[in-house]
Design a protein around this ligand. Sequence first.
Ligand code: ZN
Length: 217
Amino acid sequence: MSRVFQVGGRAIEASRIFCVGKNFRKHIKELGDEDSEQPVIFMKPVSCIVLPQEKIALPRHGTCLHHEVELVVLIGQGGSNISESAARSHIAGLSLGVDLTLRDVQTTLKKKGMPWEIAKAFDQSAPLGTFVPLGDSTDLDNISFSCEVSGVLRQEGNSGQMLYPIPYIIKYLSDIWELQPGDLIYTGTPSGVGPLVRGDTIKIAGSGIGEFNWEVF
Ligand code: ZN
């Protein structure tokens, strides 16, 4: 299924979803992991996207579905070998998303050294809000965002706490893949991840971005 985002008067069709793991130190600690010397990158198919008016169904191949609220970057102008100083001009807009993760499945895969796809890239694993255009005054290093589950605050973070800031992530990805308009980047989650159960509502909000809600059934 194609997904088209309206941002700044443009319609941009989703191309690929890149995700950054281990980008906030307190979250790395809560998982009992170590910092990595380079960004941890994985991908999800575009078919995983869940828009705000849609519902999240609990997957059946795991028992511990965790929320990870993340700032999401939409690439508007593609390119290879993009410098950190030029990275900003490649961004069309910002939103928030949830990198839904089957933590029990991921823990097993990590122990075995196996790929993470079935823990991270299953159907409906990428709830995603609507995009706001990147304004001249947007400070990429000072965007706060949060996640509430059924009225209880679970996660709070700020892009200034990222181990790999957004311009660096764009540079890093574009040295490996030629970025395309419509590429989405989930930029990593702060601490406070936790389980979702049937009947929960999830609300994510960010400064200058807005607020988005889903129900889990
Ligand atoms: Zn994540």
